[in-house]
Design a protein around this ligand. Structure first.
Ligand code: RIB
Ligand code: CA
Length: 302
C-alpha cells in the first residue's frame, strides 16, 4: 500500500480528487491536511471532513495554514461558490479535525516513515513550504511529491499569466519548487488538454447514479454555469482529479525535466517560468492519459 498525504484547499474539484484517493485500493491515506485557497481554512476543512464521511472513511484531517506566507488570502469563491462546493451545502460533517496542526503532521509523518510517504498538493503550497522551512531534513525523505499548479506551457486561469494555486501563494510555490525536492507538476495546460469533462462525460457519470457520483456532479453545476457564460461551452476542467489520476497511475504520463522561476509580484505574480533542463528537479507533465483519468474517475464513483 502506498502511504499518502493529501494537502488540499477543498472545493469542487479537490473533493472529487479526495474521493478518487480514498477509493484507490493501492492508497493508504495517512492524513488530509487543509490549506486556505479556494475558500478559507475552516470551510476547506469542513468540506474535507464531509467528503471523507461521504466515502464512509475515517481518515484524519488536520488544519494547516489559514493564509499565504506573505500575501493576503484571495479565494476563488466566484467560481467554487461561497461554501466551496458549488453552494450545494450547507454541509455539517459529524466528525471534527484533529488537534495537531497540518504542517506539523506532514513533518511527523515523513520523519516517522522516511522515504515511504507520498504527498499530493492540490491547493496553494503554503503548508508544504512551511513544513520545508520548519524541518528542511524532510525534503530528502519524501518518496514522491505531486503538485497541481502552474501554467506549464500554457496560459493562466486566474490571470492570463498565472494559475490559481501558484497565484495565491507564489512565495510558497517558489520555496517548494526550488527546494531541491523532486516535484512532479501537473499544470493548468495539461488540465485543459486531458482533464476536462464535457456533456458526454457528464452523461456517462450520470449513469453511475450513486451518492458519490451524484455529489460529484452536483457540486460542479456552478462551475459549469461559469463556463457556459464565459466560454459558451458545456465543459469544466478538473485540475485536481487529473493530478490525482496521474498519481494513482503514472504509467502513461510523460514528464519533461525543468527548473522553474516564480514571479512573486506585479502583473505577472504567480507566473511559473519554465526552463527545460535534464538536470532540473521539477518534472513537468507534458502528456497525461485522458482514458486513465476518465476511467479512474468513473471507477471511483461507483
Ligand atoms: O487552478 C486550479 C487549482 O486551483 C485547483 O487546485 C482548484 O481546486 C483551485 O485550487
Ligand atoms: Ca484545489
Amino acid at each position: 500500500m502506498r502511504k499518502i498525504i493529501i494537502d488540499t484547499d477543498t472545493a469542487t474539484d479537490d473533493a472529487v480528487a479526495i474521493i478518487m484517493a480514498l477509493k484507490c485500493s493501492d492508497f493508504d491515506v495517512k492524513a488530509i491536511t487543509t490549506v486556505a485557497g479556494n475558500v478559507d481554512l475552516d470551510l476547506a476543512t469542513i468540506n474535507a471532513l464531509y467528503t471523507v464521511e461521504l466515502c464512509d472513511k475515517n481518515t484524519s484531517i488536520y488544519k494547516g495554514s489559514s493564509g499565504p506566507l506573505k500575501r493576503r488570502l484571495e479565494t476563488s469563491k466566484f467560481f467554487h461558490g461561497r461554501d466551496g462546493l458549488g453552494d450545494t451545502g450547507p454541509y455539517q460533517p459529524k466528525r471534527k479535525e484533529e488537534k495537531e496542526n497540518g504542517v506539523d503532521k506532514i513533518i511527523s509523518l515523513i520523519n516517522s516513515d522516511p522515504n515511504e510517504i507520498e504527498i499530493i498538493a492540490i491547493g496553494p503550497l503554503t503548508n508544504i513550504a512551511r513544513a520545508f522551512m520548519k524541518d528542511s531534513s524532510i525534503i530528502n525523505k519524501i518518496k514522491s511529491l505531486y503538485v497541481m499548479g502552474g501554467i506549464g506551457e500554457g496560459k493562466g486561469n486566474i490571470t492570463e499569466h498565472a494559475e490559481f494555486n501558484f497565484w495565491v501563494d507564489p512565495d510558497a510555490a517558489d520555496i517548494v519548487l526550488n527546494s531541491g525536492a523532486e516535484v512532479k507538476v501537473i499544470a493548468w495546460d495539461t488540465t485543459q488538454l486531458y482533464g476536462y469533462l464535457d456533456k458526454n462525460n457528464f452523461d456517462d457519470l450520470e449513469k453511475i447514479n450513486t451518492s458519490l457520483s451524484r455529489f460529484s456532479i452536483d457540486i460542479q453545476q456552478r462551475g459549469l454555469e461559469y463556463y457556459k457564460v464565459k466560454y459558451n461551452e458545456h465543459k469544466i476542467d478538473l485540475a485536481d482529479p487529473l493530478a490525482m489520476a496521474a498519481m494513482i497511475d503514472d504509467s502513461e504520463t510523460e514528464y519533461k525535466s525543468c527548473n522553474i522561476k516564480m514571479i512573486l509580484s506585479g502583473e505577472e505574480r504567480g507566473k511559473d517560468i519554465i526552463s527545460f533542463s535534464e538536470e532540473g528537479k521539477v518534472k513537468l507533465a507534458s502528456k497525461i492519459s485522458r482514458n486513465n483519468f476518465l476511467n479512474t474517475l468513473k471507477n471511483s464513483l461507483v
